[in-house]
Design a protein around this ligand. Structure first.
Ligand code: GTB
Length: 222
């Protein structure tokens, strides 16, 4: 199944991560690639994001957004959910399994991502504050609690609940934010889980496409 109109998403014109795939357009690209759905990308500068034209799409002046005909969406979770609902492969057909996969999407966004975000803010935005050094272990500890809990639940399984789903896509995308910090190395099953996500051909295509924005070279099409 494909959408009647090719959707357009927005992404950073110049991502601060320099093509590492850590911005939130990556999870949307990944979902679209898993779905086999062609899409277009409009690149937006930091200043254009705050202009009325972009705010009409995204009230908070951020990326990603998603346009498909008359439909305009923002929030990466809502966009991935929309794609997953409309295409086979990202959500199971069985109603209960589907509800559980959606639960994992929420868990990724609402339980696991917030402490990770807090840690990144503490490291990037608060390092010059006199209390930063004292606060950092606390914030790091909160991330470790979640990683420990998630690691215990995943155990030796490949994916969180049966086959790969949008829940895994979101969880891997969230955990990837920790990759540069090396924190995942202490949780071998989570490290392997993330690597499994990254190894998916759809992930690779999405990663190459967002990286091409930074390098200026077209994706290799692997
Ligand atoms: N809850 C929203 C969603 O899930 O879509 C959050 C959207 C959001 O935070 N967007 C960020 C943005 O537009 C980009 S992803 N920021 C610009 C602004 O607010 O003015 C966050 C992000 C940015 C950069 C990196 N990086 O460089 O590593 C990683 C993640």
């Amino acid at each position: 199944m494909t959408f009647p109109m090719t959707p357009t998403i927005t992404a950073f014109e110049r991502s601060p991560d320099r093509g590492k795939g850590l911005a939130r357009d990556m999870r949307v690209r990944w979902a679209l690639e898993e779905a086999g759905q062609a899409y277009e990308v409009r690149l937006v500068s930091f200043s254009a994001m705050k202009e009325p034209a972009h705010r009409a799409l995204h009230p908070f002046g951020q990326i990603p957004t998603y346009e498909e005909g008359d439909l305009v969406l923002f929030e990466s979770g809502a966009i991935v959910f929309h794609v997953a609902q409309r295409h086979a492969g990202l959500l199971p057909g069985d109603a209960n399994a589907r509800a559980r996969a959606i639960t994992w999407m929420f868990a990724a966004l609402n339980t696991v991502e917030p402490p990770i975000l807090e840690l990144q803010n503490a490291r990037l935005l608060e390092s010059d504050k006199p209390w930063s050094e004292q606060r950092l272990p606390l914030v790091e500890g909160r991330v470790r609690v979640r990683l420990g809990e998630l690691s215990a639940r995943l155990g030796r399984a490949d994916w969180l609940d049966g086959g790969f789903s949008a829940g895994d896509l979101m969880m891997v995308a969230v955990l990837l934010r920790l990759k540069p910090s090396g924190m995942l190395d202490d949780y071998p099953n989570l490290f392997a889980y993330v690597a499994r996500g990254e190894a998916r051909p759809a992930y690779q295509r999405a990663f190459d496409a967002q990286r091409a924005v930074f390098t200026g070279k077209p994706p290799t099409g692997r």
